[in-house]
Structure formats: C-alpha cells, structure tokens
Design a protein around this ligand. Structure first.
Ligand code: ADP
Length: 179
C-alpha cells in the first residue's frame, strides 16, 4: 500500500420493511456487496404500515439468512432514516427498483432524503429478471391463500409464513395484517 493512502470502508444502508424478506431483497443485498464492503440491512419500525411479522421476527429471519455473511449487518430503526444513517458510517442508501410503479415513490423518497441530508445519496439497482414480480405484499397474499411461494423466499420464510397463516383470522387481525 502506498504511504498516505487511506482506505475508507464503503458502506451502504438498505432500508425497508422486509415483511418478510424475499429473494428479490436478497438479490439486491448480494449485488450491493459487489460494490460496497458492507451492507447494513435496516428494518423499519413503521407504525403506519401494517405488518404481518413483528420487527423482532423480521430481524431474526434476515439475521438467519445472512448468518454466514459477516459483511451484512442487520439492524432495526425507528423514526427518520436520515437520522439513523447519521449514527452509522453509511454514505449511500441502497434501494431496489422493480417497475415504473416503484419509480415515483422512490424518486420522491430519494429527493426528500437528499434535501434532509445533502451528503447522502441513493443508489438504485434494477431488479433481476427472476424477481421483478416479487414483493413482500404479493408473497403474503399468495401464502395467505395457500399458494406456494417456494423459490421466491428462503425456506425459513416459507415455514414462518405457514406458521402465521395457521392462526385463526381473528388472531391475524390482532397482529395487524388481515388482507
Ligand atoms: P416490499 O414490501 O415492496 O417488498 P420493502 O419496503 O421491504 O418492499 O423494500 C425495500 C426495498 O427493496 C425497496 O427499495 C424495494 O423497491 C426493494 N425491493 C423489494 N422487492 C424487490 C425485488 N423483487 N427486486 C428488487 N428490489 C426489490
């Protein structure tokens, strides 16, 4: 190494609901690791969004999926993403883009985050052709109706979905997701 050359670790933060994590998310994280030294997967406590899995359950699933990948750090956060990012050494927000329908929301969020913190940039990665139709929402819908989601989410998530949807409907309402 040349004297005086400082190697700075490149860290990206990948925020989302991950309710639950899918192979679409995993593909973005793995491709993110080709560019960044570390990817922080940041699971949002989002009071407005009804979730099927608790934050603890989502954390456990993502941590298990990446248990052998130390460069993936899994955390949860409350409040504004930019405030959380400021507590980390991430300089870039990583997001996936599936279709034009994702674009408008993502464009607004990226612009808002940049206006809140001008040092923070958002990097978008195009979904892979195998997962462009995969969203946590459709996974939950299909699984709730007894459809197979194998190959679209890790086996662990298939098991957790089966456990959730064994619950009677009134219990599902209690945990906040009843669509
Ligand atoms: P969703 O509930 O829509 O699956 P999340 O809030 O968990 O989404 O998403 C976190 C990020 O991952 C977002 O940038 C979202 O666009 C992206 N993402 C979700 N699914 C995919 C996919 N199949 N391919 C690429 N990016 C995805």
């Amino acid at each position: 190494m040349k004297e005086g050359v400082k190697i700075i670790e490149k860290v990206a933060i990948y925020p989302g609901s991950f309710d639950p994590i899918t192979y679409g998310h995993i593909d973005i994280i793995e491709r993110g690791l080709e560019i960044f030294d570390k990817v922080i997967v940041a699971i949002a406590h989002n009071a407005e969004k009804r979730s099927l899995f608790t934050v603890e359950e989502r954390l456990e699933m993502v941590k298990t999926v990446f248990r052998e990948t130390p460069d993936v750090i899994v955390v949860s956060f409350k409040g504004l993403l930019v405030d959380y990012v400021a507590k980390t050494n991430a300089k870039v927000i990583l997001r996936g883009l599936r279709a034009t329908s994702d674009f408008e929301y993502e464009f607004h969020m990226a612009s808002m985050n940049r206006s809140l913190n001008t040092h923070l940039d958002t990097l978008f990665m195009m979904t892979s052709k195998d997962y462009f139709f995969v969203s946590s929402r459709t996974i939950k819908e299909v699984a709730s109706l007894g459809g197979a989601v194998d190959g679209l989410v890790p086996d662990l998530v298939v098991t957790r979905l089966k456990e959730k949807f064994k619950l009677p409907v009134n219990k599902r309402k209690q945990i906040g997701w009843d669509d």
